[in-house]
Design a protein around this ligand. Structure first.
Ligand code: C2E
Ligand code: CA
Ligand code: CA
Ligand code: CA
Length: 279
């Protein structure tokens, strides 16, 4: 036990010490991960509930640490956010995702949207709009094929000038969706002021299908709300046929989840999905 600044005794267990050391280690290697090309993007297909055609991809970061192997985004994204590294990483993600989507279009594949996740820090950095604009310009991707995913938590913030920034992004012609929808206590009234195109129903609700009738009711209401507001709606984390059938019956537009596809590397997408008819 040690004394902290206030003279109180605090305990630092071996486990805590190990966690802190591990985090410091990850933090320092994350600084170099971009230049060492340890970061890559995987792409998870999004499917039309009606036609089952692929209508988009979500770009998801992967970190293959030189010594430790793959590190989950749930671990390193928060570190990237705390250190501000998410700004340079996020810039790389935007450009890479746009370039990849344009490359697939140039190969003759049906144009679909590419969704990219944004962190709050990127809104605070004041140059998000310029970065999005530059990614579009440099890749040559038409804006309507880029979608920006912001969490409900970001979208509902009163401060940080998020809303004006969203309007400026929207006027570039990109699509905007609200991620993890339903997980925050948001004021539904604010939805009408947000320049958004799509709600993404959080996986937690999808897991309740056939388990919890309250989750089912909430999903039905969220889909209904989206339709009434003229928004599209996508369900994420769909793993079973039962979940799919429920969502289709409720007229959910799009489906993302392991039932159809896991996040795949560029090569896997090209071989498993696009190469079906090539010699
Ligand atoms: P998210 O944006 O909510 O992404 C969905 C997560 O659910 C992904 O986890 C995806 O692999 C996973 N998933 C998709 N379908 C299923 C399913 O059917 N079942 C289950 N159990 N999981 C499914 P992942 O790739 O580990 O990413 C975790 C989080 O890390 C993301 O959550 C997002 O918040 C963050 N993240 C990932 N890439 C980026 C990025 O480029 N920028 C930022 N700012 N955050 C990112
Ligand atoms: Ca997302
Ligand atoms: Ca999500
Ligand atoms: Ca999430």
């Amino acid at each position: 036990a040690k004394k902290n600044g206030k003279g109180q005794v605090v305990f630092c267990s071996g486990k805590m010490k190990k966690d802190v050391q591990e985090k410091m280690m990850l933090t320092s290697s994350l600084y170099r991960a971009l230049e060492k090309h340890e970061l890559t993007l995987h792409y998870q297909p999004q499917v039309s509930a009606e036609s089952q055609a692929i209508v988009g991809f979500e770009a998801l970061l992967r970190w293959n640490h030189g010594e430790l192997g793959p590190i989950s985004p749930a671990v390193f994204i928060p570190i990237a956010e705390e250190t501000g590294l998410i700004n340079s990483i996020g810039e790389w993600v935007l450009l890479t995702a746009c370039v990849q989507n344009k490359a697939w279009q140039d190969k003759g594949f049906t144009p679909v949207k590419m969704a990219v996740n944004l962190s709050l820090e990127q809104f605070r950095s004041n140059n998000l709009e310029a970065i999005v604009r530059a990614s579009l310009k440099q890749s040559g991707l038409e804006p309507r094929y880029l979608e920006l995913e912001i969490t409900e938590n970001i979208a509902m913030r009163e401060s940080d000038d998020v809303i004006p920034c969203l309007h400026r992004l929207k006027s570039l012609g990109v699509e905007i969706s609200i991620d993890d929808f339903g997980t925050e206590f948001s004021s539904l009234g604010r939805l009408k002021d947000l320049p958004v195109d799509r709600l993404k129903i959080d996986m937690a609700f999808i897991q309740g299908i056939s388990q919890n009738s309250k989750d089912e009711s909430i999903i039905a209401v969220m889909i209904h709300l989206a339709k009434k507001l003229g928004l599209k709606v996508i369900a994420e984390g769909v793993e079973t046929e039962v979940q799919l059938v429920f969502l289709r019956d409720e007229a959910c537009d799009e489906i993302q989840g392991y039932y159809y596809y896991r996040p795949l590397s560029k090569d896997q997408i090209e071989c498993d999905i696009y190469n079906i008819s090539t010699p």
